[in-house]
Write a protein that binds this ligand. Structure first.
Ligand code: CP
Length: 350
């Protein structure tokens, strides 16, 4: 009960302080924008608006360009788990927008977590220092917990096996940019769907669109969890499981490959089994060649061996551009959260 009242007070304060326009607000399961915690907190309209702003920023703010819109803001990247893309693209976005960045890139070892400080206490403390916190944590649900105690907006950079909403935003942005739409597309998700948070967030986000079809390509040990399948059923999304990657490749508009998350195996035996099954679904030149002409191959990265390097030359390989799009999606979010009037101005101008 305490948390609820604290949250309402904080959200009211944020609304007052940043003059957040109502239309940017989304709510799901007690979590509101400007916190970015769950993929399902965004409405279709919010998504279109974020994609429009990211598209404008992609044209305006490439390498070598900087603006001062976020001057005066300090952004903290607090990462209890390793990252290359999520942390550095948030930091790049912050620098290009004129904010200053503080980073704790190995917070599990080099913050007071090692002395037993709870994540919630750490968040309370850093909220007095930073205007926005991007956090990655090994515990599922940690971002929501942080959002409920936090005075500064929280961006979930990945919480255990839970979610990775900014990854889903950049994924769907990339799909929308390539096809000019998301409605009516067939997306095959391949690999460790059980332990991967990116595919969970992606499935939630795709369910906001019309007539999307999802194919889950994984062995039983790595199949998508039932809560996601139930969510898709409840939202009228067609989905099926498929073991044969070649069959899925021949019909999908998007093949979304993922890595087997060996580090999340609970026993040595499970780890060994995952290593074995990871060899079953590999994107190579032959499989890529079966895909429709205008289809794309995506991957949240890092990849290990599930996409052969030879596929990088294929016109359908989209994963490096997809990763770059993360900078523009994160620029759009930072601007909407910390300088909404600038976001409005850019959206009205273009
Ligand atoms: N896609 C992704 O989350 O990559 P990192 O782990 O490098 O941040």
């Amino acid at each position: 009960m305490d948390n609820f009242f604290v949250k309402v007070k904080q959200i009211e304060l944020l609304k007052k302080e940043v003059l957040m326009p109502e239309r940017f607000w989304g709510e799901h399961d007690g979590v509101d924008f400007p916190h970015v915690v769950l993929a399902q907190q965004f409405s279709r309209e919010h998504l279109i608006e974020i994609f429009s702003l990211a598209s404008i920023l992609k044209k305006m703010l490439g390498k070598g360009k900087m603006v001062d819109w976020l001057y005066g803001n300090i952004i903290l990247t607090l990462f209890y788990e390793p990252s290359t893309r999520t942390r550095l693209s948030h930091e790049t976005a912050a620098w290009r927008l004129g904010a200053r960045v503080m980073s704790s890139e190995n917070a599990a070892e080099f913050s007071s977590a090692i002395k037993g400080e709870t994540m919630e206490d750490s968040i309370r403390i850093v909220s007095a220092m930073a205007d926005l916190v991007v956090m990655r944590h090994k515990e599922t649900g940690s971002a929501k917990k942080a959002a409920l105690v936090n005075c500064s907006p929280i961006i979930n950079g990945g919480d255990g096996r839970g979610q990775h909403p900014t990854q889903a935003l950049l994924d769907v942005f990339t799909i929308n940019e390539h096809f000019g739409k998301v409605d009516g597309l067939k997306v095959a998700m391949v690999g460790d769907l059980k332990r991967g948070r990116t595919v969970r967030s992606l499935a939630y986000m795709l369910s906001k669109f019309e007539n999307v079809e999802i194919i889950f390509v994984a062995p039983e040990i790595a199949q998508m969890a039932d809560d996601i399948k139930e969510h898709l059923d409840d939202n009228g999304v067609n989905w099926r499981t498929e073991y044969d990657l070649a069959k899925a490749a021949s019909e999908a508009d998007v093949i979304y490959m993922t890595r087997y998350q060996l580090e999340r195996a609970e026993t040595e035996k499970e780890r060994h089994m995952l290593e074995e099954v990871s060899k079953q679904h590999v994107m190579n030149r032959k499989i890529a060649g079966l895909m429709p002409e205008n289809s794309i191959i995506m991957h949240p990265l890092p990849r290990v061996a599930e996409i052969r390097w030879s596929v990088d030359q294929n016109q359908r390989a989209k994963y490096f551009e997809q990763a770059e799009n993360g900078i523009y999606i994160r620029m759009a979010l930072l601007t909407m959260i910390l300088k909404p009037e600038k976001a409005n101005e850019l959206l009205n101008l273009h």
